[in-house]
Design a protein around this ligand. Structure first.
Ligand code: XIL
Length: 394
């Protein structure tokens, strides 16, 4: 009898925590619906990483999920976290001012819940994929800077509020720091020409974190960028992000994570050791770290659509760089997720953006696993000795 009471009390507490957005909300179980009995294959990337509490993810293209059966089963079976590739970006969420379109992102969140996957929200403050009404209004002067600030605040409350309790990690701000080629870096290393920084000043980034935290107090709030994991020669961008995170955390700004995108290219050098050092340095500030958009591109034959590398050495370099990125993450208990950007080579953003390049993901254009897939699978099979990450919510 006492035992039964205890079980009921525990169940009631868990339900209450889910409903109130407590840390149990990360279980993403909806007590109102029947539990899903989905189990991923034991040798999938997600299942192999589960014993050390590392989540393996992918960016999901909502034009294909629940439309293309092979694609959908790969997303369901291989991954334990998902990121919407596009459907949580502002241009999709608010195509006309005041008209909110959460349907495709809601569909992904419910797919994730059914498959016991955690969701990375991406992204609230970014210079790209903004709705036309916003960029046009700013450039023709009908939206003043004061109004722009209010519009951003409203957007963050709308979106983070809508998904409150359902998002594990939010990429609150994306790509605001200057690259070596950007002409107008600010003294703190931010890009002075960034859409948000140029109109609202560098303090807007910390404000975005404050608003996101108010809108969804339990989500882990991330700063996300590329070339901040040892990839650029001087490491200047990583140094600037490190110094900024340190200073805003000292001011009490709610930032709990740094995401290194991990878009690599075999034509440039890459050191897994330097990536690990940079990730460890962020983690030393008390934040989580994650690889958020891993892909490794290379030059490919363009005579057909198979994305065959032009240099046969790329067949080794491409999986090797994936392996180095994963190992850097595995080594650190603060590294809580490793997300690949694109399920297969045909689905990847790379051929459309980097002329003549491709072969960037784990699966070929016919959705067959490549060496990069089996390499990561092998790394995870051997990861029993890697430090265990605290569970979600810690
Ligand atoms: C890309 C998507 O993959 C494309 O489908 C879209 O057309 C453009 O954006 N850094 C980011 C991601 O943070 O959001 C980008 O995603 C890739 C670069």
């Amino acid at each position: 009898m006492r035992r039964a009471h205890r079980i009921m009390a525990v169940a009631a507490a868990a339900t209450a925590a889910v409903l109130t957005g407590g840390s149990a909300a990360y279980a993403l179980g909806n007590p109102a619906t029947a539990p899903s009995h989905f189990r991923p294959p034991a040798d999938s990337l997600g299942a192999l990483a589960a014993p050390i509490n590392l989540r393996i993810g992918n960016a999901v293209n909502m034009d294909k999920l629940n439309v293309d059966a092979t694609y959908t089963s790969l997303v369901a079976n291989q991954y334990s976290t998902v990121t919407p590739e596009n459907v949580m970006k502002w241009e999709v969420i608010e195509p006309a001012q005041g008209q909110l379109n959460f349907a495709p992102a809601d569909q992904l969140v419910s797919f994730a819940q059914q498959h016991h996957q955690l969701v990375r929200g991406h992204t609230l403050l970014w210079h790209s994929q903004l709705p036309g009404w916003l960029t046009t209004g700013v450039s023709n002067g009908t939206i003043s800077n004061a109004q722009l600030r209010d519009i951003l605040k409203r957007h963050i409350f709308d979106e983070a509020g809508h998904f409150r309790g359902k998002i594990w990690q939010w990429d609150v701000a994306n790509e605001v720091f200057a690259n070596s080629w950007d002409p107008n870096p600010l003294p703190n290393g931010m890009n002075g020409d960034d859409f948000w920084v140029s109109h609202l000043g560098p303090g807007i980034v910390a404000d975005a974190f404050r608003w996101a935290h108010q809108a969804d107090p339990h989500a882990l709030l991330f700063y996300n960028d590329f070339n901040i994991g040892g990839e650029d020669g001087t490491n200047a961008k990583a140094d600037a992000v490190y110094a900024w995170v340190k200073s805003v955390r000292a001011q009490g700004v709610p930032i709990q994570g740094v995401g290194n995108q991990g878009h690599l290219d075999t034509q440039y050098g890459f050191s897994g050791t330097r990536l690990q050092d940079d990730l460890a340095r962020y983690a030393g500030l008390g934040v989580k770290v994650a690889i958020t958009e891993a892909d490794v591109r290379t030059f490919v034959e363009t005579t057909d659509s198979l994305q065959t590398p032009t240099d046969s050495l790329a067949l080794f370099a491409q999986p090797f760089e994936f392996d180095q990125m994963l190992k850097a993450c595995l080594a650190l208990s603060s590294c809580i997720s490793f997300t690949i950007w694109g399920v297969d080579d045909a689905d990847s953003w790379v051929p459309g953006v980097f002329t003549g390049e491709g072969y960037a993901t784990l699966y070929d254009t016919k959705l067959q696993p490549k060496t990069a897939y089996t390499t990561l699978q092998q790394d995870l099979k051997l990861s029993a000795g890697a430090p265990r990450r605290p569970g979600p919510g810690h």
